[in-house]
Design a protein. Structure first.
Length: 368
């Protein structure tokens, strides 16, 4: 907790890494990178190009923008991303897709894989190869064809600015503890890449249609979609022993905040202690695996506004060792570095705060 070496200003930090910086890739930007036959199918006109995203990329009927009252900026170019870096005083950004987080709900696994490849090549060409040194990318994969996903990891793992592998975690079924995903985990392990999971509210109702019938607003849906998705996947991965079977893989959960983390891991500890025969792969409590192998991005910082309670939450999962600052820019509920800094600076020492703002991300993603 509070020590004599507390930081007084965010400018005192050695490094600030944004561990969830979205780009707003547009469907028509991906068309030139699509393999055939999909490029010809969607390459005839601007209108046809736009249809690369429908119906598989669903339009949100629950008024995400609240009639235009909630706005977010278009970050579809390297120049726009660089402006965001400068605006928030960031040294590095971990670029996260937007449209391609919907791949798990596709019905055509070949099309989903083609779009993941197209996005990766677009990211390299338009952002990484000629972009600022602070740009870092992740290999987007579709979980629908694990063997193909593993091939995509192998294809791009040697790119110097591809520092992880990301999958849209909403709609993955069976969940990620299932043995069918072993080729993905083996490729991650072979290439020494961290595995990043990011939910998507826009695909939540497709993944869980019974919930759609009960939700009356985007606000209701957005409240539950990200934490529910990550709880579901983390429980499966722990229950089926992924961190025991693949102990060298770091697993990162993005954009669900932190309130759900201690609840999930200690509830699962309770199940493990009472029903140990149902967890034959595990050699220790689920919470121990969480603290050793799992990492979490900070946004949205919607926990109680009293900073002491936020500090308590962070302590409950040893968060200064596995929490990473993130903005989630340009989404309407993005966080600035100052918001998190002011929450924690009086409760943790300088070294711990620096780990949250850059050290943990640098270690996991190999950022120098």
């Amino acid at each position: 907790m509070a020590t004599q070496d507390n930081l007084s200003s965010i400018s005192d930090l050695d490094m600030v890494v944004d561990a969830d910086a979205h780009i707003s890739e547009r469907a028509e930007q991906l068309v030139p990178y699509l393999d055939e036959p999909y490029r010809s199918m969607f390459g005839g006109s601007d209108e046809e190009s736009a249809n690369v995203a429908t119906p598989s990329y669903p339009k949100d009927e629950l008024f995400r923008a609240l009639g235009g009252k909630l706005q977010w900026e278009d970050v579809s170019t390297a120049e726009a991303e660089e402006e965001a870096m400068e605006r928030f005083g960031l040294d590095h950004v971990l670029i996260t897709p937007t449209l391609n987080l919907y791949l798990p709900i596709f019905s055509d696994e070949r099309y989903a894989h083609a779009l993941s490849k197209a996005y990766n090549d677009f990211l390299i060409d338009e952002f990484l190869d000629d972009g600022p040194e602070g740009f870092k990318g992740m290999i987007t994969i579709s979980p629908l064809a694990p063997d193909k996903a593993a091939e995509e990891i192998d294809r791009l793992a040697d790119h110097p600015d591809m520092v992880g592998v990301i999958v849209g975690s909403t709609g993955i079924f069976p969940p990620l503890g299932d043995r069918r995903y072993d080729p993905i985990y083996e490729a991650l392990e072979d290439n020494d890449m961290p595995f990043v999971l990011h939910g998507a509210t826009g695909s939540f109702t497709s993944a869980h249609p019974f919930i759609k019938r009960g939700m009356k607003s985007y606000g209701e849906l957005h409240t539950v979609s990200h934490p529910f998705t990550q709880m579901f996947q983390m429980t499966s991965m722990l229950g089926q022993g992924i961190p025991e079977r693949y102990p060298d893989i770091d697993i990162v959960f993005q954009e669900a905040g932190i309130g759900w983390i201690p609840f999930t891991m200690y509830r699962m500890d309770n199940e493990y202690e009472k029903r140990r025969s149902e967890f034959p792969t595990l050699r220790k409590k689920p919470s121990e695996y969480v603290k050793e192998s799992f990492y979490f991005t900070s946004q949205p910082m919607i926990e109680p506004k009293q900073s002491k309670y936020v500090a308590w939450l962070i302590e409950m999962f040893d968060g200064t060792d596995n929490l990473m600052f993130s903005t989630d820019f340009p989404h309407y509920d993005f966080d600035t570095p100052e918001e998190l800094f002011n929450m924690i600076r009086n409760h943790f020492g300088a070294e711990e705060v620096q780990k949250v703002f850059g050290g943990n991300a640098a270690e996991v993603f190999g950022i120098e």
